[in-house]
Design a protein around this ligand. Sequence first.
Ligand code: FAD
Ligand code: NAD
Length: 471
Amino acid sequence: MSDKIYDVLVIGGGPGGYVAAIRAAQLGLATACVDQWKNAKGKTVYGGTCLNVGCIPSKALLESSYNVVRAQEHFAAHGINTGTVKVDLSVMQKRKEKIVDTLVTGISGLFKKNKVDALSGTASLKSIGDICEVTIAGGETVRAKNVIIATGSVSRNVAAAAVDGKNIVDNIGALNFSSVPKKLGIIGAGVIGLELGSVWRRLGSEVHILEALPNFLEAADKDIATEAAKIFKKQGLQIETGAMVTNAKSTAKGVAVEWDKDGKKEKATFDKLILAIGRVPYTEGLNAEGVGLEIENGRLKVDEHCRTSHRNVFAIGDVVRGPMLAHKAEDEGSLVAELIAGQKPEIEYDNIPWVIYTHPEIAWVGKTEQQLTAAGVNYRKGAFPFIANGRARGLGETEGMVKMLADAESDRILGVHILGAGASDLIAEGALAMEMVCASEDVARTCHAHPTLAEAFREAALAVDGRAIHI
Ligand code: FAD
Ligand code: NAD
């Protein structure tokens, strides 16, 4: 065991862990980050699920596949004739891999720049006290005054559809198909089902999504979910709600899938099946319970500042309560590093935005209309459709709307919901407005550049008071 005692040891180098490590080092704390992730060449890489098999590769494929749609369906309206569009999937996949490689290399560079010691291997908690000891498989025992656990999550499995990595795949396999499946089944019409379903649909798959819940996209505002369902149907995504998969088996012809729907048994055969029914926290090999850390609903139990029952052991990101989102993990990483350095940071969890990167995109922050109704909150609402926005017309992106919900008495913004091109960027204005405790009137009185999609945001704020100009 080395004599060195770190101020902070971060276990897991995903967006929670690597941000925690960099922020801790910025604050002058002696920091190390350990990860067990190896790339195809057997090299340890930092970036976790997000960079390697999540946010980044999925968005690379979403962009490439949407370019196919642009070329096939939209260019002609601009007077650009491409003829038959040919897709080389191997080039598309290589582009995706290059983006991932560049970004994970970038994290190693940031560790060097900030003097974070990058360690490699599976970390296991050995003892917790004023000085914590962590064993790294194949390496030595590391000592630290504070430990931040950021071990993330993995895809949820179900016995009825066991992932074989070949025909029945999770997010990892679904990002790596080497040919476009003719018939693609997906279990779960959540974020991954919609995003990866969109990718393969655009590239030519016949996509059938089986969703257990009776309603589509229950977490989203109902108006947005209803409108999105119509658009996705037009795009050819077959989404079947109330469908509970009972069995899925690889056969010589593909994957035979059976499900129950309205008391009836249904079945179909697909070339590939993606399992996308949520993710579960990952603590394998960590020995968390062995050193007395509590697990609550499968996740490491922490307080509002991500502190476990041990004063100098913290946990952040997907492995703890809250939404499993990269930006939530990042914010918790900074928060814990700043706490350890003696600062007093806070996170307003209600202001964490959600984005689904379909086309059009879906994004929201704050409460939905159905949540406000259920809570008995008196609210006013304003909505503005992109079809009435000049920039959206120029872009040929007229689907969807911005919807704003504000408290009826104080006018404080309670929720913003967007369906439309660029929703992922536009929602930042909603998150900022909510973090600054703005009233809808504040947004309505803020000059927005013309012509921009953001004007639809302002018009929705004006509509809260019944005074939108362009509808
Ligand atoms: P992770 O990113 O999972 O990182 C955990 C790290 O810990 C891993 O590198 C792992 O190797 C390491 N580790 C685990 N145990 C040990 C151990 N004992 N010792 C050493 N190392 C260990 N979120 C968004 O916000 N936007 C998106 O667009 C988005 N798209 C996604 C698309 C897909 C297909 C998927 C699957 C997820 C997506 N997510 C997205 C979710 C996002 O990836 C996660 O919320 C985020 O990665 C969580 O970060 P984390 O740091 O908590 O954990
Ligand atoms: P999800 O929770 O978004 O969706 C899972 C869906 O599967 C739900 O609609 C659920 O009702 C359904 N389901 C559950 N069990 C089922 C069953 N047996 N049969 C049929 N349907 C079933 O989960 P996901 O799509 O797997 O994504 C996991 C998480 O990863 C997300 O919740 C999110 O936190 C993160 N993620 C985020 C993004 C993003 O931010 N754009 C993208 C991808 C993933």
